[in-house]
Design a binder for this molecule. Structure first.
Ligand code: ATP
Length: 418
């Protein structure tokens, strides 16, 4: 096996991308961290195929790299010192909030175009906070990626430990998961907005209930769609979460736009930050396969150590719904000059058919149809086969046993398992 030793000088990082095979990195000496999570000296970290990451060091480190990364180099210029300064400012605010019950720690929204390192910056800020004993709320609104659960959902959790080094998975309280059902906020903007209200409300409730989280505040990841409706939804996000700080990565135009929108909101400060030269641009194909591997992570675990169960579900035992616009008249059906009404947020019952094959079904905690839009999600099922004549379907479930609810929501983000 190909092994080489990489020496990384202070305030530099070893950036690498794995190809078709895994790569193992061990910190032989010194101190290094991955997106702010400290790597233990002597421990071996195995990075799965198609992973992009960096080992950064403040004071110097020696790494042993086993395997054949597709690319790997040491970069001396990184924005980490700036990100550490931002963290320092956030810690000051957290310190103040911990002594005054009427204050909330910093609510930080991370924004910017696609592939500028938004998720990575969120991880860095959360990991830095955890290293200092703070337990911030992490909210992921980037529905295309699935940073907390399967793609297509919104999620929030209180991190108790840093994000996992090898997989980037968050590690903390069981996440609060909210159904959305699309990989882009624009697919059903009205529903996305409604869910923003819901998640922001629950974040405020959490702050009211948990003093530690209140003082630590929140770090909120957003999606990279910042044009038209995407920009509007980003502004809604900032307003609904009452963000104190908006960190904009790599976009003067977005910084300008948000600064001018929130100029009369003195409690919201917009700050532009440089993106890291290590951030890798991902193609549409890569994103699709990343989504697929996130689905696999959910059922089989990021380390592939979970054993999901193939289960049969009879149609009589569940009620399947879709959220959306089924009842909106198609544009062609409207008289000329009449604008389509804003897409109503409705749930409609789905008659099980072969179309459900490969779909992800979210198991809702709802007790009735009326609660469907607001109830949290207990977990997910993957439809593997539908036998309409026998009124049943075969699904993959995280575990054997009774479903935690009978109301299921169909997501538009399908998974074609390999
Ligand atoms: P999206 O458009 O999907 O929201 P993003 O802006 O959140 O993307 P990230 O996911 O943070 O961007 O980064 C893009 C990719 O670059 C990821 O695979 C990440 O692991 C990688 N990356 C980020 N920073 C570095 C770095 N310093 N060195 C190497 N790889 C990096």
């Amino acid at each position: 096996m190909y092994t080489h030793v990489v020496r990384v000088n202070k305030e530099s990082e070893y950036r690498f991308e794995t190809g078709e095979t895994a790569v193992t990195v061990t910190v032989r000496s010194g101190h290094a961290e991955v997106f702010g999570a400290e790597a233990a000296v002597g421990a071996s970290y195995v990075f799965a195929p198609h992973t992009k990451a960096a080992f950064f060091t403040w004071h110097g480190a020696e790494l042993a790299v086993v395997g054949e990364p597709e690319s790997g180099y040491v970069a001396g210029e990184t924005p980490m010192p700036t990100y550490a300064n931002v963290h320092g400012a956030l810690q000051t605010l957290r310190g103040e909030a911990s002594t005054k019950a009427e204050l909330t720690g910093p609510v930080v929204v991370v924004a910017g175009p696609t592939d500028v390192g938004k998720s990575s910056l969120c991880k860095i800020l959360v990991n830095f906070a955890i290293r200092e004993g703070a337990a911030p709320l992490f909210v992921d609104l980037d529905v295309g990626q699935g940073g907390i659960t399967v793609p297509g959902m919104l999620g929030a959790l209180i991190l108790e430990r840093p994000f996992e080094i090898e997989t980037g998975a968050p590690d903390g309280s069981p996440p609060l998961v909210y159904f959305y059902g699309h990989a882009s906020p624009g697919a059903n903007a009205a529903f996305f907005e409604r869910m923003l209200d819901k998640v922001a409300g629950e974040a405020r409730e959490l702050f009211a209930l948990n003093d530690e989280v209140r003082a630590a505040g929140a770090v909120i990841n957003t999606c990279g769609w910042i044009e038209g409706d995407g920009l509007r939804l980003l502004k809604e996000t900032i307003a609904k979460f009452q963000a104190d700080i908006v960190l904009v990565l790599d976009s003067d135009r977005l910084t300008q736009e948000l600064t001018s929108t929130f100029k009369d909101t003195p409690s919201t400060t917009v700050v532009k930050l440089a993106k890291s030269g290590g951030v890798v641009t991902r193609s549409a194909t890569f994103r699709r396969s990343a989504r697929s591997s996130k689905m696999k992570d959910y059922f089989y675990g990021p380390h592939r150590d979970l054993a999901p169960a193939a289960t049969t579900i009879y149609f009589r035992d569940v009620q399947i719904y879709r959220v959306g616009a089924d009842e909106v008249a198609p544009l062609s059906a409207l008289p000329i000059g009449v604008e389509a009404a804003a897409e109503p947020v409705v749930v409609s019952k789905v008659t099980p058919s072969n179309e459900l094959r490969s779909c992800i079904l979210a198991v809702s905690y709802a007790q009735s149809e009326d609660e469907l839009l607001d109830a949290n999600i207990a977990g997910f099922l993957h439809v593997q086969d539908v036998q309409v004549d026998k009124a049943k379907m075969m699904v993959l479930a995280p575990s054997q046993g009774e479903l935690p609810g009978q109301f299921l929501l169909v997501s538009d983000v399908q998974w074609f398992a390999d």
